[in-house]
Ligand binder design. Structure first.
Ligand code: UDP
Ligand code: UDP
Length: 467
């Protein structure tokens, strides 16, 4: 934004919105994108971004610094957790433990938010801090919008969780969610079978007072999940839910001149033919087992396709110290050097998916990744690993954006052999029908975000209501 347009919009600021994400890059990135969208010229919004400190991953710290360097007009409010590692983590997932630590620290935000000038018009808070933030918004006498970071179908499952009991994952049957498509029992996240598990207990807590929120913001567009969104909005899933508001896919934001400089992988992609490369990534916090990594490497090699593989061996990036050669072996790298590129570390996924050389995406179907694939029309081979990902994969397949390898199971269920992986990658890269369907999804996503499109209109309506 130029300095004159910033000065101009500051004169006319009419709504002041605080954005409050929870832990993990999968939560931070959509909030940063939303912040940039809200604070764009013409919206006349002031945005205060609550940056929880310290972040768990290096990726979160880096994204925060680069974002604020290129968005000086957004007010950064650092929120230092008094005791970030205090809460015991019974599933050894530092992100889940951090969800709780953030939730319990919410009362400390009150003095920071009540002293802001101009005073706040609303808080947009992560579903993972919903219950605690409702009290905060009530104290400040402002509306709260909940920001969902998952599919509408998984959100529906979470909303119904207090009324559901899952006995055994070994009995094969479907779960019929009220008013919705059925979900196979094998798609239910394993922690949901343990009622006092930290993941399950935290979600149950957060659905308790959903009806007190003014609305639920959804990173997706109406066309993609229209039946589920309609069921949520007409009370078929649960009575008294606030409006479920699709306002995505959130647009990648301008990273500024400094950070737009291309990584070496982008130069490598520049040298590859259009739609010839399969991109393989399981998001920011999923490491496959060593055996599975070997089989995946084997599959990529067997496929004979060009590939760009982002490798992870730990949940938290700061712990990931192994060299690529130690993980996949020098001989693999030597044999595949003309066909593939393996990277360890952060890549700009939106730039990768937007690159013309990319023709397919082997993905864990994290919700942000699904939306990015939709925005760029890249067909997905969905290989979910945990949490909401099987249900996201179901949605992805139903829309035609991808195919879901159901029988591959998720983390720890099966060791999928390289032979089969290779065959499926060939099918993905040759499937012209899927490519056409993915392009159609891209068209619909772009239509929704254009001026007058469904997501654009919904977001404008929310902003107008706050003025
Ligand atoms: N991401 C990225 N580069 C990486 C790893 C992840 O840009 O090297 C981004 C990706 O584009 C997405 C987010 O991080 O926006 C990950 O969110 P997602 O919901 O896909 O999965 P999660 O990491 O939460 O499992
Ligand atoms: N979630 C939550 N509390 C928890 C764990 C998860 O509210 O303790 C929600 C979170 O908002 C996310 C969904 O459950 O949308 C799936 O969580 P998961 O950990 O699988 O994925 P994440 O989005 O954190 O990568």
């Amino acid at each position: 934004m130029s300095s004159s347009s910033i000065a101009n919009s500051q004169k006319r600021i009419l709504a002041h919105i605080a954005l409050f994400p929870s832990a993990g890059i999968g939560h931070l990135l959509p909030f940063l994108r939303l912040a940039a969208m809200l604070a764009s010229p013409g919206n006349y919004c002031r945005v205060t971004f609550i940056a929880v400190q310290p972040p768990i991953s290096a990726a979160e710290s880096n994204q925060l610094s680069t974002f604020f360097a290129s968005h000086p007009h957004i007010n950064r409010l650092d929120f230092h957790l008094p005791n970030p590692s205090h809460f015991a983590d019974d599933d050894h997932d530092p992100f889940h433990a951090r969800f709780r630590a953030i939730s319990r620290s919410v009362p400390l935000l009150h003095p920071l938010l009540s002293s802001l000038s101009p005073s706040l018009s609303a808080i947009f808070a992560d579903f993972a801090v919903a219950t605690d933030t409702i009290g905060l918004a009530e104290d400040l006498s402002i509306p709260l919008y909940i920001v969902s970071t998952t599919s509408a179908l998984f959100f529906s499952l979470m909303a119904c969780l207090p009324d559901l009991t899952f006995q055994s994952k070994n009995v094969s049957h479907d779960i019929q969610l009220p008013g919705l498509a059925s979900v196979p029992i094998s798609s239910i996240p394993l922690p949901f079978f343990i009622p006092d598990h930290v993941f399950t207990a935290h979600i149950r807590l957060n659905v308790q007072y959903l009806q007190k929120a003014k609305g639920i913001l959804h990173n997706c567009f109406d066309w993609f999940e229209s039946e589920t969104i309609a069921a949520l909005n007409n009370g078929r899933v649960l009575p008294h839910l606030p409006p479920f508001l699709p306002i995505g896919p959130y647009k990648p934001y301008d990273q500024g001149v400094e950070n737009a400089k291309a990584g070496s992988y982008l130069h490598w992609l520049d040298g590859q033919p259009d739609e010839s490369v399969v991109y393989v990534s399981f998001g920011s916090r999923t490491a496959l087992s060593k055996e599975q990594i070997t089989e995946l490497g084997n599959g990529l090699e067997r496929s004979g396709c060009r590939f760009f593989w982002v490798l992870k061996t730990t949940k938290v990036d700061k712990d990931d110290k192994e060299e690529i050669q130690e993980v996949v072996g020098d001989s693999f790298l030597e044999r595949t050097k003309d066909k593939g590129l393996v990277i360890k570390g952060w890549v700009s996924q939106e730039q990768v998916l937007g690159h013309p050389a990319i023709g397919g995406f082997v993905s864990h179907s994290g919700w942000n990744s699904v939306n990015e694939a939709a925005l760029f029309g890249v067909p997905i081979l969905a290989w979910p690993q945990h949490g909401d990902q099987k249900i996201n994969a179901q949605v992805t397949e139903e829309t035609g954006l991808g195919v879901w390898m159901r029988h591959w199971g998720w983390f720890g269920e099966n060791l999928v052999k390289g032979e089969e992986i290779g065959e499926k990658i060939i099918e993905l890269m040759r499937d012209k029908t899927l490519r056409v369907k993915a392009k159609k999804v891209k068209e619909e996503a772009r239509k929704a975000c254009e001026i007058g499109g469904s997501s654009h209109k919904t977001l404008q309506g929310i902003i107008e209501a706050l003025k």
